[in-house]
Design a protein around this ligand. Structure first.
Ligand code: SAM
Length: 272
């Protein structure tokens, strides 16, 4: 086989020893009844560990030049299927129905870092019947996703993650475990997908519209955020009255609010 030249454009930082893949497989929660979707199998170092614990692994890889390596691991592991596609172009619900029917679904991946957030949003918003997502991400991204209201790393994606899942940090992985070595360390996180979302807003689009507007102007007060968001439909006094009535102070900043607070506020302004 010709030497494979790793492609930066696809975030190809491959794990170099099976120890971390074994730890990820052991932590992901899948068992012999489970189907695993792996995103970006690379040469298959994590794929083979996942195949040992699950009923079936279906991996999605964008780079067809990895075929010779993945063909080999498929020959040795009959419960591995590889689909060569961009994960973001797949209809995940159809994919699960076709590839992994009647199984509990787990997503596992050493994610390509250049599209971590789009992949996470795509999985969470798909409403697919996924039990949990176990992924390796940059350490800073893990900190952002796990951060608490009022901290500098708390952001719109953190609130979205808290809406769809219960998140926890599993373990850190030093940059020396990859080839080529990335500039930063990584962290493996687990998101247990909530069957019932953390809150039940009357209008989900409105709630996420408010969240987006708050974090786009995170140093402003909530009153000023809402004033810009409603774009003149309400004056500042009307907004202040509602905020105070709901138990928040007039100088509350939106970045200190939990998903629960955002739901209460959005429900109150629904229909305006
Ligand atoms: N799982 C392997 C490992 O741990 O060594 C490789 C992980 S590497 C960080 C990310 C992998 O995702 C690469 O194989 C890359 O080609 C693949 N990839 C990048 N973008 C992708 C996309 N949009 N859809 C599917 N796979 C993608």
């Amino acid at each position: 086989m010709n030497e494979f030249i790793k492609k930066k454009k696809y975030g190809q930082n491959f794990l170099t020893s099976p120890d971390i893949p074994r730890k990820i497989a052991a932590a992901c929660g899948a068992d012999k009844q489970s189907g695993i979707i792996e995103i970006g199998p690379g040469k298959g170092i994590l794929t083979v560990e996942l195949a040992k614990i699950a009923n079936k692994v279906c991996a999605v890889e964008i780079d067809t030049e990895l075929k010779p390596y993945l063909n080999e691991i498929q020959l040795a592991n009959r419960n591995i299927d590889i689909v060569y596609q961009d994960i973001l172009k797949i209809d995940i619900n159809e994919f699960i129905e076709k590839q992994l029917p009647n199984m509990n679904i787990y997503v596992c991946a050493n994610l390509p870092y250049y599209i971590t957030t789009p992949i996470l949003i795509y999985l969470l918003e798909s409403q697919a019947n996924i039990d949990s997502i176990t992924i390796m991400v940059q350490k800073e991204v893990a900190e952002r996703l796990c951060s608490k209201p009022g901290t500098s790393t708390y952001s719109a994606i953190t609130v979205a993650v808290n809406y769809h899942s219960e998140i926890k940090k599993l373990f850190n992985v030093p940059s020396g475990c990859f080839s080529p070595r990335p500039k930063v360390d990584s962290t493996v996180i687990n998101l247990k997908i909530l069957k019932n979302k953390a809150v039940a807003p009357k209008n989900e689009t409105l709630m996420f519209g408010i969240i987006k507007s708050v974090f786009e102007q995170r140093r402003k007060t909530l009153v000023n955020n809402l004033y810009s968001f409603f774009n003149g439909k309400l004056n500042k006094e009307e907004i202040t009255n509602v905020i105070v009535k709901l138990g928040f102070s007039t100088n509350t900043r939106g970045e200190t609010l939990s998903i629960n607070d955002f739901c209460i506020i959005a429900d109150h302004f629904n229909g305006i």
